[in-house]
Ligand binder design. Sequence first.
Ligand SMILES: Cc1cc2nc3c(=O)[nH]c(=O)nc-3n(C[C@H](O)[C@H](O)[C@H](O)COP(=O)(O)OP(=O)(O)OC[C@H]3O[C@@H](n4cnc5c(N)ncnc54)[C@H](O)[C@@H]3O)c2cc1C
Length: 391
Amino acid sequence: MPSPVPFAPARRLLDDDLLEAVRSRAAGYDRDNAYFADDMVDLVSSGYLRALVPESFGGAGLGLRETAREQARLAGAAPATALAVNMHHVWTGVARYLHDRGDASLDWLLEEAGRGEVFGFGYSEAGNDLVLLGSRTEARPDGAGGYTFHGRKIFTSNSPGWTRLGVLGLDSVSDDGPHLVHAFLDRDAGGFEILDDWDTMGMRASQSRSTVLDGAHAPAARVVRRLAPGPTLDPLVVGIFTTFETLLAAVYTGIADRALELAVAASRRRTSMKNDGAPLAQDPDIRWRLADAALALDGVWPQIDTVAGELDALVDRGAGWFRATAGLKVRATETAKQVVEQAVRVSGGSSYFSGNELGRLYRDVLAGLFHPSDDESAHSTVAQSLLGPLG
Ligand SMILES: Cc1cc2nc3c(=O)[nH]c(=O)nc-3n(C[C@H](O)[C@H](O)[C@H](O)COP(=O)(O)OP(=O)(O)OC[C@H]3O[C@@H](n4cnc5c(N)ncnc54)[C@H](O)[C@@H]3O)c2cc1C
């Protein structure tokens, strides 16, 4: 069957053997609620964590579009592994975004990623729906341009694996007014505790545990921005938003792609007594359902390619980037959820057994609902671009 992916990325880092090895471990990690340690070893040794790092920094120099396609392939093999690794790609992607636009403030990150450091994303907090534009974590000035951080971050993916953690906190004591502080922590410097509290219905191998920051220190050289709270077009924030949403869309689209593949196989395997033992692939209702899922999915790939391709090409959409990438994330994650559900319907009751791959994809794909931008926030972004701010 031809792949529903209309065209392959120009360059690939993940070979099929590596993807098969990753796929073969996914059910065990899920069952045991275990970290994807062996996947990480393979991904590091394949150079995949340097995908977005420019060649001049020791990386592979892939663009965002190419990396999005690779992330979709990885997600098709092991969604939780892809989601956790996504956080690292987000940071190297943001550093690349800034570098390509003449801003060297995260060039050190490209150098460190080129040398093998692994970056985590420690931004989310309980009940913080301002996401990038506010924080409940205290950023306390150290008097020398650096900060200590005090607060609790939730859903920190790749908790066992990161060596550097990007964090956001609020400095409300400095004389020049409140500032949101974006900075990076070094795992070896300590000042934090990772809780053993990850036991979820899906994305289990991502081990997105809570991180309690208790004086973790970022020296001045690792403070990337101090920004006034509230809306901003600062390139760091636009870079985080656009890179995060685009790569996240790719992960969930990769899950849907795999679900469709499994459903096609199931429709050939399952037979109908009603139709004299003919495979369900000959049943017009099943054919319609599979086609319906493919029609929805086919519309997402070009959107990912176009958005990622425009970011690679440095297209300046200004504030329009928020609408473009929030819309992409919501369309991709909602479509993925629908496609996986169609796949489950086609595949029948076997997918309801724990240990079944499609059943796991059904649990994993649900996580797409929770990541920013959630449905409400994306609609509010688009409404604002159409109608202006609420009066
Ligand atoms: C699989 C997965 C991986 C993720 N990985 C990352 C990552 O690596 N880095 C990252 O920054 N984010 C990550 N996220 C977080 C994600 O981006 C969202 O922030 C997260 O899903 C919370 O969404 P929410 O707003 O619906 O949660 P909330 O409604 O804020 O709920 C989250 C938790 O906080 C509690 N809570 C809610 N409101 C309050 C309150 N007012 N006071 C006290 N407790 C409260 C809830 O009971 C719940 O336990 C990940 C999410 C998922 C699902």
